[in-house]
Design a protein around this ligand. Structure first.
Ligand SMILES: *Cc1c(COP(=O)(O)O)cnc(C)c1O
Length: 410
């Protein structure tokens, strides 16, 4: 058996990973045009409007709204969905905290559903079990670009009259049974922060899937202090509070150029992620993520699980050995499930107050979502990038196979 690099052997990866430039002259030209407009305000300029109309065309939808971040997009969707004081919103315990912030800003209470062990996405049965008379909405998170099981989730939502918001921050051009995620629920939320498939520095998009003009106008206004700017009219009547999450023309300009690269970025990531799963299939001790046969994953990252019963090493030792082989990786994703954060443990979102938690019976104890907890204890995350070469991907597979083979029991 080949000696592991961590024990002084030769590392698998001897060449640097492929890299590339995300931004080029296309973005620069758009930015210059934006500046030449002599305004950077979305309502007077053309760039944010064009960015959204290009996005709508790609997604085959009528309406979307720009926002200043993915977190902002999610808050806007909460506002548009009518989520308000004391409502419960069911979501995933493995996500970016940006999923939770808008819920709490609406003074609603996050309720966590457990996940399927191998897609790392919300289990529809657990969602249904967490519904109470206070439940208003479900925020599904298509983790790492793998689609949630939307058919049963939409059926549950219709049965209980709940809104569905899709967190697509990690899921561009992800398909569920042929349909693009972000177009299935009531609203879909995307992030263009600098770490996502495409970047505008920061930014976000909310899709309005009812296709109704009044729904679009409510959503649009919620991202703009409830100013209602449609055509040449402007209404400033303030009935309920709404933030200012406007996108500027500079972000819109960069976004126009970035969208042209989206298909290539996603197809690269999709083929690399699927290839790694294929290369790891049947490897004892390693459990690749499941992408259901009708679905397409666009891998914001690649995450597999270890079967520690079959291995002589801990997950952390596995990660260390993989690093020594020249493959960057991370133990798990977030350090712990979201509900173990002090905010939930102390039920304190706002200094000196337990509001809005006191309006709900929701609890946040260890063991609440056992599958989610086990996923984070046994997962290994490998970053993926569209600029990697086929050789890089084969090196990742060889390194995981080498480490798993070395530590296999018996
Ligand atoms: C990145 C991300 C967000 C937040 O997006 P920002 O643009 O950083 O605010 C929300 N949810 C998920 C799942 C994310 O990955």
């Amino acid at each position: 058996m080949e000696a592991l690099a961590v024990n002084g052997g030769t590392p698998v990866k001897t060449t640097p990973f492929g890299t590339g430039k995300r931004f080029g002259l296309e973005e620069a030209r758009q930015l210059l045009e934006a500046l030449e407009q002599n305004t950077l305000f979305y309502h007077f300029g053309t760039k944010v409007k064009r960015f959204l109309s290009d996005f709508n065309e790609i997604y085959g939808i009528k309406y979307s709204v720009a926002a200043s971040s993915g977190t902002a997009a999610l808050h806007v969707a909460m506002g548009a969905a009518g989520v308000t004081v004391g409502d419960e919103v069911i979501t995933s315990p493995i996500t970016d905290q940006g999923t939770l912030i808008g819920i709490l800003y609406q003074n609603a209470i996050p309720v966590f559903a457990d996940l399927e062990p191998h897609t790392y996405n919300m289990d529809p049965r657990s969602i249904e079990a967490r519904i109470t008379p206070k439940t208003k909405a479900i925020v599904v998170v298509h983790l790492a670009g793998n689609p949630c099981d939307m058919d049963p989730i939409m059926n549950i939502a219709r049965k209980h009259n709940l809104k569905v918001i899709e967190d697509c921050a990690q899921a561009y051009l992800t398909r569920y049974k042929g349909k693009l995620v972000g177009t299935i629920g009531d609203y879909g939320c995307f992030s263009t922060n600098d770490f996502k498939h495409i970047s505008t520095g920061d930014g976000g998009i909310v899709t309005v899937n009812s296709g109704e003009e009044s729904d679009y106008e409510t959503t649009h206004a919620f991202a703009d202090k409830n100013y209602r700017r449609f055509g040449t009219t402007l209404q400033r009547d303030l009935h309920v509070v709404a933030p200012n999450y406007r996108m500027t023309e500079l972000q819109g300009a960069v976004g126009i150029a970035q969208l042209k690269k989206l298909e290539w970025i996603c197809s690269q990531r999709r083929s690399y992620g699927d290839r790694i799963s294929e290369g790891l299939t049947g490897l004892p001790g390693v459990i690749p993520p499941i992408v259901e046969p009708d679905n397409e994953c666009t891998y914001w990252f690649y995450m597999f699980r270890l079967d520690e019963d079959l291995l002589t090493c801990s997950r952390d030792a596995f990660c260390e050995a993989l690093t020594a082989e020249g493959i960057p990786n991370r133990a798990g994703y977030i350090p712990d499930v979201c509900y173990m954060q002090p905010l939930f443990q102390n039920k304190q979102a706002y200094h000196g107050s337990h509001f809005p938690f006191e309006l709900s019976e929701a609890t946040y104890e260890r063991g609440l979502c056992p599958n989610a907890e086990q996923i984070l204890e046994t997962a290994v995350q490998i970053p993926l990038n569209e600029f990697y070469s086929d050789g890089d991907v084969e090196d990742i597979i060889r390194a995981v196979r080498k480490v798993a083979g070395f530590y296999l029991k018996g």
